[in-house]
Structure formats: structure tokens, C-alpha cells
Design a protein around this ligand. Sequence first.
Ligand code: ADP
Ligand code: MG
Length: 238
Amino acid sequence: MATLQLNNVVKSFEDTQVIQGVDLEVKDQEFVVFVGPSGCGKSTLLRMIAGLESTTSGDIVIENQRVNDLGPAERGLAMVFQSYALYPHMTVEDNMGFSLKLAGENKEARREKVLEAARILQLEPLLDRKPKALSGGQRQRVAIGRAIVRNPSIFLFDEPLSNLDAALRVQMRIELARLHEELKATMIYVTHDQIEAMTMADKIVVLQGGVVEQVGSPMELYHHPRNRFVAGFIGSPK
Ligand code: ADP
Ligand code: MG
């Protein structure tokens, strides 16, 4: 079970409050998309869930445990960023296994997990390559592989496809949907792209100015947008 609750979560940077009391419930194995324009607080919210940013107030609860005071490594999550940040001097295999090495896992255990992730992501033929010999899509798959090897209960994605060209984005959307199916994990996915949100989400969270404007399935938001902002952002005819 990998459920997540946000209870009245607030974030301020100095005097500016950028997350204005967010409540949210994420179910086990749900694919939840945070969508909204640039600067609305999507990354900040995700980073608070990940433990990379402290909360100013409010609670973050994972599997019924308050995790505000736990570090990122203790939360059972893995985050995939927009910039892949692969280690240029390491092979794909070593990039994917590095966090396991830091955690003290031996070579055989690491190799087994890396091979399984490589199978899922179809990276097996590329394990000996360095990042510079990979395409953008392949690099993004390696970055996702680094998350998979840790077997997290919740995956967090921050605009993972925004550096890819349009055709590759479509392909990666399909792959991520397949990944969600195969791993049976809870996923939280941040994007400013309405089409990504509408095609990938079980549940969409529309944010504006650090406020949740509406939460619902793509169909609910499309047919019953709560206000003009949601309608405009989702591309609803209303
Ligand atoms: P999004 O990911 O939706 O584009 P962010 O979460 O990155 O938005 O940013 C939300 C708001 O918080 C923005 O106004 C941004 O300038 C501000 N912000 C983000 N990080 C910091 C920081 N470390 N210090 C000060 N302001 C920040
Ligand atoms: Mg962002």
C-alpha cells in the first residue's frame, strides 16, 4: 500500500507564501498528475513530498505515517527530474546501480536489480554505454531506471518529458503508462502540458498560484470544470 495525504500544506519562501494550504489524497497505485502554469507551485509541492524541501506548516502522510521529519531516503519514494543529471563518466549500468552502491548493496544484488529495470525499460543493449552515446529518450529511460532499481512505493516525476521532441514525448507517455501498469506503483507526475495530464492521469490536480483549483478525473474536469481557469487550462468547451 502506498497512499499519500497532504493536510493543509503551506510553503513560504521568506515572506512569500507559494503553497497556500493544500489538501490532497492519493490512493494506492493511482496515477496523479499535478498540472498548472509555470510558477504555480508544482515543483515545490513535489519537492516537499520528496523531502527535498521542508514544509512551512501542514502534514505529509505516507501510508498513515507522518513523514515531515523524515529525510528523502527514508520516505520510500524515488524522484525523476526533468534534467536527467546522469553521471557522464559512468556507464548506464553504473548510473542505474549507483544509489544501490551508496546504500551498501553488493555487486550481484545491484546487477540483478539493474538488469530487471533494464528489461522493463528495454535498455539491455545499452548497459555498457556512457550517457553521451545515448539519445535524449534513452537518457530519460536511464533516469527512470535509476528510480526503478530502488523499488519505491511512490514515484515522483517532475516534467520528465519536457526536454524531448514531440514524437518522443508521445512514445514516452505510452511507455510510462505501461510502466505504471507493470510496476503497480503509485505515481505523481508534474507537467504544465494539458495533453499529458488528460491522457495519463487517473486523477488531475489543477494548481494556480499555490492553490488547488480542482481535483478530478480527466473526464470530470473536462465536462464539469469548476471555473474559467480550469476550463481554459483543460481545453474544455465551457
Ligand atoms: P512550478 O514548478 O509550478 O513552475 P515552482 O514550484 O518552481 O513552480 O515555483 C513556485 C513559486 O515559488 C514561484 O513563484 C517560484 O519563483 C517560487 N520559488 C520556488 N523555489 C524557490 C526558492 N528556493 N526560493 C524562493 N522562491 C522560490
Ligand atoms: Mg517546476
